[in-house]
Every structure is written in structure tokens, then in C-alpha cells.
Design a protein around this ligand. Sequence first.
Ligand code: NDP
Length: 445
Amino acid sequence: MDARLAAIRDTVLARNPGEGEFHQAITEVFESLGPVHDRHPEFLHGAVLERLCEPERQIIFRVPWTDDQGQVQINRGFRVEFNSALGPYKGGLRFHPSVNLGIVKFLGYEQIFKNALTGMPIGGGKGGSDFDPRGRSDGEVMRFCQSFMTELYRHIGEYTDVPAGDIGVGGREIGYLFGQYKRITNRYESGVLTGKGISWGGSLVRPEATGFGTVIFTNEMLKTRGLSFDGQRVVVSGSGNVAINAIAKAQTFGATVVACSDSSGYIVDEAGIDVPLLKEIKEVERARLKEYSVRRPGARYVEGGSVWDAGATVALPCATQNELDGGAAAALVRGGVLAVGEGANMPCMPDAVAAFQADGVLFGPGKAANAGGVATSALEMQQNASRDSWSFEHTENRLTDIMVGIHDACAATAEEYGSPGDYVLGANIAGFVKVADAMLAQGLI
Ligand code: NDP
């Protein structure tokens, strides 16, 4: 890393002790930015990097609620409003027991650059809670969401901060959150949240957008080598919103998706995953993935273990951060993997990214490859602002154009800065320059 940037990085890490994921995200971005600061000394003079690493606002709050046994439960809520240079803060809410301030800050920091890459007028933010919705009744989830929004409502708004879903937050949770916001504010402010239901301000394609976009981006990478998804053997980690829609899109592009996972284990289905069955089990019944192998002839379930052992020519990590380590990357490389597209945020550990890049594997980082979700959230905001609703086809075409545009911008930037084919460098520089220019133009903010 450039010595000037290393000194700034060390200060940032010391100011944010114990936040390992945030440190990892910062280091990864800083490693790309040396050449930018050679060309743009004004970014150093203006302390843009130091400012970018300090959230504009961090909110932590108590979330009390009552469970079905009448017991009072206490969770912790977070919203980190990281950067509003390009537009209102925008980024999802994550409900998972692992959520802490460092994880929310890593996600919010990544979101700044991701949102810049979409070309839409949205800043970066992220939030969530250590609440675990798994195994909770609908009533418990609703009471939690209502309590969460009873504090959050005062910090958000369609021109201020627009949350959406992430791990553990899907259409059901967005519904409960929106209902409580409307009740407290007495405003039908559709643009305050995205990921809403179709009949009350949602956008077609939003549920599919992150997974679809990841596959579209990865397909564009494959095209640079005269390849496509057609005929590829694909493995996807996770079996939530992003994973299911990545599986569906890869199959429409002609691939065979042979495996996916949850946090308990993984399934292998050499005939190709049956998406309607997977959706029924995971989205309707909210059951565990193991159930798929019980109902699908020929499929097997592996308790624990690594889904990457199934072997793939295209790997799509779509579960969570740091789920794919150097060992799994080495095994994928030995098995002939051609491309890796990150549907999740930072799922590949730094040694895994290094192994892929050293071997010439096409590698699409999450802040570029999974930007289709937030881009379609911005399309939802556009529809809300104009009180319009677009067709599936029109919205999917917009998503495709945006993903191809992000791919091309990353590729062109990597080329311009002397590292052709390095999508990590391309994404970091293209996103950073856009935000840095806007921050300088707006004075010392
Ligand atoms: P969901 O809650 O819908 O699904 C998460 C999936 O990942 C579940 O199958 C879950 O299994 C699995 N999972 C979680 N932790 C682990 C683990 N340690 N090992 C294996 N599997 C695990 O979340 P999403 O699909 O929405 O989000 C997935 C990723 O995509 C996250 O990194 C998120 O930040 C990112 N993302 C999501 C966007 C969106 O629009 N939703 C937008 C951009 C990025 P289990 O049920 O066992 O916990």
C-alpha cells in the first residue's frame, strides 16, 4: 500500500478499535487508491479519505419488545449514516445475531462506493439489529419491527435516509416497518423505504434484482473472454433472497446450478436445482435447506462442510461476509473455476481474492457485482416520486443496462489506471473518484 495512504489507514484503524470487518473493508479500498492520489493531490490536501472513513452520523438505540411468552426482550438497533455527498443515505437493514457496530460500518462504507457506481443519486448508509428473526413467530417479528421503527422513524425520510432489506429483512419485515412509520408520522411517504410490496409502492424486479444483477455482471466478465453462463457448472452459497434469484437467473442463462447452502450445511443436486421447490421451502415455509434433499429425488444434503467442495466453473458467494477463505479458493482454482461474482458483501477473504487474482480468475467484487439491488431500490424511489409503476420487462431492462454500465466502468477504470481486468481496483477507483469530487465541490463537509 502507498505509504501516505498506509499512514491514514493506521490512524483510521486506531480510531475504530475492535471493528475487524470495518478494518478489512478500509484496507481493501486503500490498497487500490495509490494511483488516484498521484493524479489527484487535491484529494490528499482536502483530507477526503479521512473524512470518508468517518460516518456523518452513527445512531445506536434500545429496542424493547415482548415475546410470545410475555417476556421482555431487549435488542440493540443501529443506523450508520455514512456519506450523503451524492444523495440521501441509502442502504439496507440487517437483522442477525452477529450484527454489531463494526459490521454495520463495514457495510455502510462499502455502500458509499457501490451506490456511486450505480450512477444513481444515492449516498451510503446501513443499519440493523442483533435481533434474530429465525424461529420467531410473525407476531414477534411484527412487535420487534414496530419497536425498532418507533426510534428509527425520527432519523429517516425520503430526502434524508432510505433503508431497505438485507439479511433477515425481506418483504414481511419491510411491511411491518413501513406500517409503523406511516402510523407514527401520519404520512404516506412511499419513498422512505424500498423493497415494499407491489400493491403499496414496491417495484417489480426489486426482489430479484441483487441475484439477477450479480449474474448479469458475472456474465459480462465472462464475455470478455468469449464465454458466457451457457453450459457452466455453478455453485452458489446461501439460499436466501440473493442466492435464490442468482440461481434462477444463472439457469435462464443456460447454466446448471448444482449446489447451494445455509448456515447448517449444503445440498448438491447434479440435475440442477429446482427453483420453485427451493422457493417453496425457503420463502413460503421458512424451513431449513435440508428439507430440499428430503423432497427432491437424487439430491443429497451435507451437514456442515463447505459448499465450495461441490466444484464449479462459476462460483457465486451469496451468503455473508468472510464465508470463502483461501483454502476454499485454492480448491476452486484447482477445480478449474473461471469466474467468481460476489452476490454477498465481502464474502471472499483477502487471501481468497488474492488466490483468484493470482490465477487469472475473473473476480467481481460485491460493491460492483451486487449493486443491482440498490440500483433497483433507486428505481423504486423514482417510481414512488412520479407515482408510477413500471412493467417487469421495462424495469429488468433498466437493471440490465445499469449492470452492464457498472461492468464497463470498472473495466475501463482498471484499464485507465494500468491494471486491465482488475475489477477490484476498477470498482474502488471509479466509486471513490465520484464521491471525492462531490465532497470537494461541497466544501468542508
Ligand atoms: P437472506 O437473509 O435472504 O439470506 C441469507 C442466506 O445466507 C441464508 O440462506 C442464510 O442461511 C445464509 N447464511 C448466513 N450466514 C451464513 C453462513 N455463515 N454460512 C452459510 N450460509 C449463511 O439475506 P440476503 O440474501 O438478502 O443477503 C445475502 C448477502 O447479500 C448479504 O451479504 C447481504 O449483505 C448481501 N446483499 C443483499 C442485498 C439484498 O438486496 N437483499 C443487496 C446487496 C447485497 P441461514 O438461514 O442458515 O442463516
